[in-house]
Design a protein around this ligand. Structure first.
Ligand code: ISJ
Length: 154
């Protein structure tokens, strides 16, 4: 559940990158990030999820999201691409979908929280999903935000 939602959120980032590439927008949007963070903290509070856990989690999902976008920007730069086809609108389509996934992610974190304390969570979450095989480092960033305290697991 948690893994699937994390994959779904990151899988949208190629389209986010395409929209920004075509519109010549920067990858980083600190105002949007602040809004995502605030919404997440409010949701975490009502779901009974620890604030620090929620913050660390969403900050790493956003870092991972930007890492995916940087991968595609570099690729299109190398290819000399001026316009990438198939990009949905960022504001009316992509961000509402990202927002819905972020809400479900916080619910999943709140529900599965105690399981994440176990070392088996590492085994389940760590493998790079096939859909994200081009961006393994981004996946690792996303997973580190969930499993940061598991340094001692085998
Ligand atoms: C996904 C986006 O790109 C970046 C990543 C964000 C996120 O993961 O929520 C938010 C803002 C941007 O810094 C976006 O602009 O919406």
């Amino acid at each position: 559940m948690l893994r699937g939602l994390m994959i779904d959120r990151l899988a949208l980032m190629e389209q986010v990158a395409a929209y920004k590439w075509n519109s010549k927008l920067p990858i980083d949007d600190p105002v949007r990030e602040e809004n995502v963070l605030k919404a997440t903290m409010a949701r975490a509070r009502s779901a009974g999820l620890d604030q620090e856990t929620a913050r660390r989690f969403i900050v790493s999902q956003m870092e991972a999201a930007k890492s995916v976008q940087r991968y595609y920007f570099a690729k299109w730069q190398d290819q000399g691409a001026t316009h990438v086809t198939g990009a949905s609108d960022l504001v009316t389509e992509l961000r509402p979908r990202i927002g819905a996934l972020s809400a479900r992610l916080i619910a999943a974190m709140a529900e599965g929280g105690s399981q994440l304390e176990e070392c088996s969570a590492v085994t389940v979450l760590r493998p790079v999903p096939p859909a994200l095989s081009d961006v393994p480092r981004a996946w690792n960033i996303a997973v580190d935000g969930v499993l940061g305290e598991h340094g001692g697991c085998p």
